[in-house]
Every structure is written in C-alpha cells, then in structure tokens.
Design a protein around this ligand. Structure first.
Ligand code: PMP
Length: 383
C-alpha cells in the first residue's frame, strides 16, 4: 500500500516515486577539462607562483594535526619570525587571506568602547577604519606600510615609540610590502604585523602570516570580553599553533594544509635568498620600471621618490586615455596584467606589481612593452 495515496492524491504519489532521481543535470561546463591561461600577474596581487611552490601545492595532503604537519607549522613560524625580523613567540599563519589577519588583529585587541586611530592613505586604511569604527582614546594606531592602492610606502622609524608613549599599540598592515621593502618588527616597535601569502611570498592566496608583540599579547589576553569571532579568537589560534605553552593542541578548525605546504616553501625561498637581497632586488627592479615609464612619457602617481612602494607602482592615467582600455589591451595582446586604481585612486591610476618571483628586469620590460603598444593602439581623445 502506498501510504501517501491514502494521505495525498495520486499525483503526489507519482512525485514521491520520482524523488530518487535528480532533476538538475550536471553542469556541462564541469564536464569539460579545467583550463587556465598563462599570464604575467603584474597587477597588485596575486603574483605568479614559482614551480617549487606549485609542486608543494600538488603534494598529497596529511592530517591537519599529524606530527609532520605540526613540524611544518613550526617551520612556518620560524620563517615568519625571520621575514618579520621578530622573536615574538605569538607568530603564526592565519587560515585565510589578508582580510582575515586584518580582522584578527583588530577583533582580538580592541574591545567595545575602545578606539583605533587609522592613518587613511588609500583603501586599506579606509577599510580598517570601517572595521574598527569606535570612539574614545585610541588603543591602536593602524598604518598601512605599503598602500597598494596609492603606491606609497611609509617610513616607520619613531612611530612605535610614539605609540607606546601614549599607551597605544602600533599595528602595521604589510600585505603589499613585506619581503619587498625593509620592515624590522622588533627594532621598529611594531606590535602587530601581518601580510598575505600571495604578493612578495608568491604562494597562492589563502594564508596570512601574523605576529603579536608581548605588549599586544598582554592587551589581547587580558580583555574583559570575549572576541567577537570564534574563528579569529587568538586564544584558540595560539593553541593550534603551539604558541600558548600548553603540552597539547586542541582541534579548532581544519587549516588549509596545501596552503601551509606552499607557505613553508615560499618562506624557505625567502630565507635562502636573504631579506636584504630581496629588498635590494625589489628596489632595483622598481627603479628600472620607473625609469622606463618616465622615458615613455608616463607620470608616476607618487612624486617623491623615497616614498614610492617598490612592490606596487602607481602610474597616473595618461591624459586622454581610458585606463580600462589600456588594461584590457595589455591582457588581450600581451597576457600582461595591469590593474586600474582601487578605492580613492580608482580612475586615476594604473597599477603594476612586480613582487618576489615576478620581480625581475625581464618582467618589467614585458610590462613596458605592453604599455608602449597599448598607447599606440588605444583610443586617445583630444584633451
Ligand atoms: N592590505 C593591503 C595593503 C593590501 O594590498 C591587500 C590586498 N590587496 C589587503 C590588505 C587585503 O588582502 P587580501 O586580499 O588577501 O584579503
């Protein structure tokens, strides 16, 4: 007896019988092989991933709490301590992009009713101000070191001391600059520092190194209220990364295992190359690019040379040209990525990023060639 015939009319019974079969077919696009183009990722990030790091991503994964994994996480921690130039024990990689580190930094150290003083010099400062929208006396000074939307790099000396004399923590966003421009976390009195995996480090996006000073830990672990986010709670994350001195690690979330493999390799490459060599290479390549741009008649958006970010260059959109047409041309005809502006700089600049593995003169020349051809072929209106 079909019970539903008693309870429902025959049509309902027919539809019950059909419930075992799917009505939505597999998408045709997924039945075709994955295709991805080969491009020079010379925008503000992500950057191209070198073969050694790609190979790490292709390895079979292991369990996220297996002993070997914990050793790899320890290697990552040491690699970040080197890249940040810090001895902070509270050093780890967030599972997520730069935004996750940004929110982790702010959510863990700021309580309701406290405030953050943000240096806004582009979109990243604007976003931090939005996340930390609170009043009263600031407990944190937030600065973007390499502002990728404007192409400005901030001098750092003296800021930490100034913050500390006002009982304020110094937080530095170095997503777009770390590894490409000098940062010395301990010496410069930086209390919270984070970066992303996908820029100078040349890993795929999805992990974000972060470190907290003793002073920041004191503030963060003596808060009166729980952090707003469970996922970003540094109490849990400190344990996951073995930074809390407890003998056992407890499951908090499943970390991006392949992402940790790649981050380890990226940090190993940086350690082998040496930070100073990496800083010098970025400076040289950026100067080569800047010279080439100026000789073609382009104007750099940041006029003072000493505050030009060596990783991401902002170029004033040449008068009479549509920035979008230039970026589309470079991509279509040269497989070269050039970006437009972002936030306050949108419509005003073109952005070129040459970071880590991508930072060499041959790539700078490819970008220059693509721009030279774009100026010839894109429409120029009378100005
Ligand atoms: N801060 C800065 C300075 C950045 O350039 C970026 C990314 N362009 C971010 C934060 C955010 O990083 P993500 O896109 O990895 O979340």
């Amino acid at each position: 007896i079909c019970l539903s015939r008693v309870l429902h009319p025959p049509s309902a019974c027919r539809s019950r019988r059909a419930m075992g079969s799917v009505s939505i077919p597999p998408p045709a696009s997924l039945l075709r092989p994955l295709e991805t183009p080969q491009r020079l990722l010379s925008g503000p990030g992500p950057s191209n991933v070198p073969p050694r790091v790609l190979a790490a991503a292709a390895r079979q994964i292991i369990g996220h709490m297996h002993g070997e994994m914990l050793e790899i996480m320890d290697d990552i921690k040491k690699g970040i301590q080197y890249a940040f130039q810090t001895q902070n024990n509270m050093t780890l990689a967030m599972s997520g992009p730069g935004h996750v580190a940004m929110e982790c930094a702010i959510f863990n150290t700021v309580e309701s009713g406290e405030s953050v003083l943000v240096a806004v010099n582009g979109i990243w400062g604007e976003r931090a101000a939005e996340i930390a929208l609170v009043e009263h006396k600031p407990v944190i000074f937030f600065l973007t070191h390499g502002e990728s939307s404007s192409g400005v790099v901030h001098p750092l000396d003296g800021i930490g001391d100034l913050c500390h004399s006002h009982n304020c923590l110094f937080l530095l966003d170095a997503v777009a600059s770390l590894g490409g421009s000098p940062i010395l976390m301990d010496k410069q009195g930086i209390d919270i520092l984070y970066t992303g995996s996908q820029k100078v480090l040349n890993s795929p996006p999805g992990t974000a190194p972060i470190s907290f000073s003793e002073r920041a830990c004191k503030k963060m672990f003596h808060r009166k209220t729980k952090p707003l986010s469970y996922f970003l709670d540094m109490g849990w994350l400190a344990n996951y990364w073995g930074c809390d001195g407890k003998p056992t690690r407890t499951y908090h979330h499943t970390g991006p295992i392949s992402g940790f493999f790649t981050l380890r390799e990226s940090l190993a490459i940086l350690a082998e190359m040496g930070l100073e060599n990496s800083w010098n290479r970025h400076k040289e390549v950026a100067e080569h690019l800047h010279k080439g741009l100026e000789s073609m008649g382009f104007k750099l958006f940041v006029q003072e040379k000493h505050v030009r970010l060596p990783t991401v260059t902002t170029i004033t959109v040449p008068p009479g040209y549509d920035w979008r047409e230039i970026t589309v041309y470079a991509m279509k005809h040269h497989n070269v990525e050039i970006s437009g502006g972002l936030g306050p700089s949108s419509g005003m600049v073109l952005r070129v990023g040459l970071m880590g593995y991508n930072s060499n003169k041959a790539n700078a020349d490819k970008v220059l060639e693509a721009l030279r051809e774009a100026l010839k072929h894109c429409h120029k209106s009378k100005v």
